[in-house]
Structures are given as structure tokens and as C-alpha cells.
Design a protein around this ligand. Structure first.
Ligand code: AMP
Ligand code: MG
Length: 420
């Protein structure tokens, strides 16, 4: 009998080992239309001032402020309107004393004008309008360069491109943008008990939920992948598929087969391939059997077959690794402090990750476990929008205690957080 004594390592250490093994992907240039979700491989530099010219912040009238200085309710001042400037148009001539241009939001301030009167602060007259208060120079004007100055670095390389980033890129005419190539991922679900989603249930069998789940986890990161479907627990066949997958991809993700059961073949497959196993036991629940191996520039994630463990292993190790390969400096799940909404009395000899639901309470976020929470749970993954992290060695928690929560599904990650 083969006895495998595995030495568990701490979660922090495991994350570091994976991250330190990540090789940067190449860069590519993509159309801005396809840049969402990618990682910037160049900084965004202001190519001109924003706004590029002084412009009106409101719909109203462009005036010389000094012509308004004596205006009051008792002594309104009248302005003569000499024309109209819509956004995108120019005034035809400089304005003179007590003259005004009707001006729209975003339109360029005409020559000699230095303030804008809001439309709702005027009373219409035959020739123009009356105002009953004075305006200061610069009132209601958006200034050239007030948002960004030419030459300024606004966003560093390594940041994720989200809708706000896209707006900034478009502002400066980045029709093409240099981004990191996404690593290509292969997904293989192992287990003789597995059925396809469209199969009827049979005794002893279950449907493969990990494969489709991992596809979703990759999809929400915008990472391209290929699923190799399901494999029976057959050492030679599995080795062949993993080899084929390795040829086609930068990362191979398997689920199942990493424990010490008689049909858990992944350890032997890594050995046959000559992959260096970074760790095969982590001091965490669920997912203690999570294994990560390296072969050349490629990473192999041996995720547990247990759905909650598989899910957690992906979010904790695979997600930051993928983002690090793409040059992200903020590849980790955002973390907040929240108040536990109910007791969680189990002691934690290992760092525990609990699928959870967090909401905003009256003063601070409140978090509760998302139901049945064993490593084989699937319902709580569906309900959860976060993961509670309970440090190892704790004796259990009561409602009102403060705990760490990792947020799922956020497009913007964060820098490294050391787990307690
Ligand atoms: P394993 O990691 O192969 O020992 O599997 C652990 C548990 O997860 C077993 O109960 C398996 O039946 C179950 N399991 C394995 N693979 C999957 C999968 N792809 N989808 C759902 N459950 C799975
Ligand atoms: Mg199995």
C-alpha cells in the first residue's frame, strides 16, 4: 500500500508559491471595443488637457462677469443676446459690454466672456434677459485641464480595464490599446461518477457541476478556455488528456482526483509529466487537497472535486495567478470587514472559508453563512456573494463579531492581503 503523508502549508504561503511561479504573458494590441476586462500593458497618459478648452458647465448665457457686478433684485441688469453657441459650435465674435451668448452645456466659452449665468437664474426680455445678482469671474465654467493635464499619467499599466477606464481611453483617442494576452485555460473534470448536465441521474452518479462552474468563473474574468469535458478515473486516459490540454493551453485546471483515494490519479499524472508540485495540501477548509504544479511556463491547478472546495480553490489561487500572469498588480479579491449576523460556533483548526451573503447593515456590512457549508456543498455557492475568512485556531464566533469577507464578482481587485 502506498501511504502518502502530505505536509500542509499555510494559505498565505500557498498563494505566494503560486504567484511566484507565474510567468507574464505576452502583450497584444486590441481595438478599444474589445478591451473590457483586459489588463492594461501601457499606462494611460493624458494626450491633451481635459477638458481641452474652457467650456460652459450649464445651459445659460456667457457674459462678462464685470457687467453683472451691480445687479440686484432692486436693480436688475439687462443683457442683449447676440447669438447662440451649441455644444460643438463656436461663437462668431467676441462679446462686448452687456452682451451675452446663449450657451449650452459643454460649449466653448466665447471670446471676452468669463462667466456663465444659469438659464434658471434669468428672466427673459425682448432683447435678451435680466439678472438680479452679480457673478464672479469663472462662475459656472469648466476649465481647460481641470480634469487632467497633458502629459499626466492617469492610470498605470497593470490595471484592469473597466467601463471607467474605457471612457478615459476613448477620451484620448486610444482606438487601439496595448493589453496583456489572456492565458488560455483548459478544464478537465475527472471522476467516473460524473454525468453530463443533459444526462438523467443514475444510481451512484452525479452531474458534473464543477466543469460548468469553472467555465463561469473564467467567463466572468473574460479568460478564454476550452473544456475537455469529463474523464473517467483511468490513469492512462487522464494522463493523455492532461498532456493534450497542456499542449493547447497555458493553464490546465482539473477537478477531482487530488485526494489520497485509490482512484485519485492526479498526483501520479504530475509525476509522469515531470511537473513540479508546489504544494498538495493546504491548511484550509474546504479545499485542503488543492494542488498546484508547474511545468515549464505552465501551471496545473488540481482543484478538489468537492464543489465548494473547487470554487474556493479557484478564487483563492487560480484567479490571482491568472491576473498576475497578465501583469495585474491588484489580482486579489477585495476584502472588507463585516459583522457576523449569526453565530458560527465551530472551532477552526484550519483557516476556514465560508460561502456567505453580505449586505450593507445600518452602520456596517453584515455577513451570514449562505447555508449548508460543507466542502461538498453546492447550494451555498449559488447563494453566496462573498466568502467569510475565519482564521485558524479560533474557537468559533458569535453574532456581532467582526470577520473578514472576500468579495466575489468585483471587476477591480486589490493588492495582497495577508490572511490572519
Ligand atoms: P474527488 O476530489 O475526486 O475525491 O471528489 C470529491 C467529491 O466531489 C466526490 O463526492 C465527487 O463525487 C465530487 N465531485 C467530483 N468531481 C465533481 C464534479 N465535477 N462536479 C460535482 N461533484 C464532483
Ligand atoms: Mg474523484
Amino acid at each position: 500500500m502506498r501511504i502518502n503523508l502530505r505536509q500542509p502549508i499555510e494559505v498565505n504561503q500557498a498563494i505566494k508559491l503560486v504567484i511566484n511561479s507565474c510567468k507574464l504573458t505576452a502583450t497584444e494590441t486590441v481595438d478599444l471595443d474589445y478591451a473590457y476586462g483586459k489588463i492594461l500593458a501601457e499606462p494611460i497618459i493624458a494626450k491633451h488637457d481635459v477638458p481641452p478648452f474652457n467650456r460652459s458647465a450649464y445651459d445659460g448665457f456667457a457674459i462678462r462677469a464685470e457687467d453683472s457686478f451691480h445687479a440686484s433684485t432692486e436693480k436688475p441688469v439687462e443683457f442683449r443676446v447676440i447669438g447662440e453657441i451649441g455644444a460643438g459650435h463656436l461663437g462668431e465674435r467676441p462679446i462686448g459690454k452687456n452682451e451675452a451668448y446663449r450657451i449650452m452645456t459643454g460649449a466653448i466659452i466665447p471670446e471676452n466672456a468669463n462667466a456663465v449665468v444659469m438659464l434658471e437664474e434669468t428672466t427673459e426680455t425682448k432683447a435678451g434677459f435680466l439678472i438680479t445678482k452679480s457673478y464672479q469671474v469663472d462662475d459656472n465654467i469648466s476649465f481647460k485641464g481641470e480634469d487632467a493635464e497633458i502629459g499626466e499619467q492617469l492610470i498605470a499599466a497593470g490595471n484592469v480595464i473597466h467601463p471607467g477606464t474605457i471612457a478615459l481611453l476613448a477620451t484620448f483617442g486610444y482606438a487601439k490599446v496595448k493589453v496583456a494576452k489572456s492565458p488560455f485555460v483548459s478544464i478537465i473534470s475527472t471522476g467516473t461518477e460524473l454525468l453530463d448536465v443533459s444526462d438523467d441521474l443514475k444510481p451512484g452518479k452525479i452531474r458534473n457541476s464543477n466543469g460548468p462552474m469553472l467555465m463561469g468563473q473564467l467567463e466572468r474574468m473574460g479568460i478564454p478556455f476550452q473544456s475537455f469535458g469529463m474523464m473517467e478515473d483511468d490513469l492512462d486516459a487522464c494522463t493523455n488528456i492532461v498532456e493534450e490540454a497542456l499542449e493547447k493551453s497555458d493553464i490546465v485546471m482539473t477537478t477531482g482526483g487530488v485526494s489520497v483515494g485509490d482512484f485519485d490519479y492526479l498526483p501520479e499524472i504530475y509525476r509522469r509529466l515531470g511537473a513540479e508540485v508546489l504544494f498538495n495540501k493546504v491548511s484550509m477548509r474546504p479545499g485542503s487537497v488543492t494542488t498546484v504544479a508547474v511545468l515549464g511556463d505552465k501551471l496545473l491547478f488540481g482543484l478538489s472535486g468537492n464543489p465548494s472546495a473547487c470554487f474556493t480553490g479557484f478564487e483563492l489561487f487560480a484567479r490571482p495567478a491568472i491576473l498576475t500572469m497578465m501583469g495585474s498588480k491588484q489580482p486579489y479579491l477585495p476584502r472588507i470587514k463585516a459583522m457576523l449576523g449569526e453565530d458560527f460556533t465551530k472551532a477552526n483548526p484550519f483557516t476556514r472559508f465560508v460561502r456567505a451573503i453580505w449586505t450593507m447593515g445600518p452602520k456596517k456590512p453584515i455577513v451570514v453563512p449562505a447555508g449548508f457549508n460543507k466542502s461538498n456543498a453546492v447550494s451555498s455557492i449559488a447563494r453566496g456573494n462573498g466568502i467569510i475568512v475565519l482564521p485558524k485556531g479560533s474557537e468559533g464566533y458569535v453574532a456581532g463579531d467582526e470577520v473578514d469577507v472576500l468579495l466575489l464578482g468585483q471587476e477591480q481587485g486589490v493588492e495582497y492581503w495577508e490572511l490572519e
